[in-house]
Design a protein around this ligand. Sequence first.
Ligand code: HEM
Length: 227
Amino acid sequence: MSKNTIIFSSSLGKKFVMSLTGLFLCSFLIVHLGGNIALFTSKNTFNEYTKFMTSNPVIRFMEIILVLGFLTHIVDAILLYVRNKNASDTKYVFDKKKSSISSRSMALTGSFILFFLIVHLRSFWYEYKFGEVIYSVDSNGNQIKDMYDIVTSSFESPIYSLFYVSAVILLGIHLNHGFQSAFLSLGLRHKKYTPFVSLIGKLFSFTITLGFISFPIYFCLKNFNLW
Ligand code: HEM
């Protein structure tokens, strides 16, 4: 097997894993967005939802899979990026696509998403687990950690809200290219169906972007007593 063939096949393998983990992360976004809609209901409903998510053993197990999914996606992205940078002498159709502007923006948007993820986990997950969280009373009269308070406090900061909105827009851009690209990487290319997949990708990225942006907008309106 020639050097080029080895690089090509392992790059294909990495793209395959990238697409599977990317689509898996897309499914996580749907669940995450769906759950966060509880923010629009009441403080108690959201706190009880958070309690359920942080204590249910099945969800805890899924969390491990999610972390592994993220790590694999990120490590593969870095390896592919470095490999493509170094492989200037091996020009495949596959690599041409990866040296396009849209591919370069995938690395950029991905890096920003990664940075956002760290800040996001620090302000919500870490705060909930190890911070000085206030308690509220659930519908059964039990004391539970007040995650709703952590969320509202975060969105009281205009800087955090702006940062959040920027990250969500970049996530949307990442998905706009990523969703359809994942199907192509899996070899699911068809004259008739590819435009449909592309349309679904656009609708998906638009819904995810609008959905997540709606939270800081909602809290901003609430802070100004406009909601
Ligand atoms: C919720 C978060 C994320 C989702 C839903 C997501 C989704 C996707 C999808 C569906 C693809 C297309 C895979 C393919 O073309 O086969 C992709 C590609 C990519 N992702 Fe992500 N991603 C996320 C986070 C990240 C992060 C944190 C990074 C940071 C390094 C990243 C970096 C990349 C890169 C560089 C590519 C392009 C790979 C290539 O074509 O060479 N992504 N992503």
